[in-house]
Write a protein that binds this ligand. Sequence first.
Ligand code: IMP
Length: 196
Amino acid sequence: MRLIFATHNPNKVREIQAIVPSYIKIQSLAELDYNTPIIESGYNLEENALMKAKTVYDQFKRACFSEDTGLEIAALHGAPGVHSARYAGENATDKENVQKVLAQLGDEPNRKARFRTILALVMSPEEIYMFEGLCIGNILMGPQGVHGFGYDPIFQPNGYEKTFGEMTSSEKQAISHRTHAFEKMNSFLVRYRSPR
Ligand code: IMP
């Protein structure tokens, strides 16, 4: 089964190809020579994911999915959420985004947070499915570790002594929000391929 992954990010394509079972062949937008930027102007992760998947489906008329992820912090009422990539400004670096989160939290004792991934799968205009993956944890007082990206150095998943930034990529992958969302999509696709 071929599925287009509606992203321009080659790192995500690689990460996802490693998670999905071998019967699914992921095609990237780069392979399809599709370079048009995809607008992400939704008010939440669901809207953004849907917008991306529908845009690419309309272009190729072939099954496609997209993914949108955000860090949601309880004491910040769910921020940075859908604004995670640009929290400290349009061209903000990961470091600047992390610093803004830490500054906003200050010494707030409630450090509860979660990563949330939404996958939108468009099989046809009438068949649109969404899958959610969560990883729950806490925001530390300062960055720890140099692995990963984004908010990894300040996020410690529940039940672990290390931050995502201190984990190897396979340690993180075993418990990550993205993996959980992809597992749900995988089991859906297995049933979709061979309906009872
Ligand atoms: P995207 O929708 O997956 O591109 O994610 C938006 C932003 O959320 C990224 O720019 C990162 O700052 C943050 N983010 C997404 N996934 C992760 C993750 O697994 N670890 C840390 N930060 C992440």
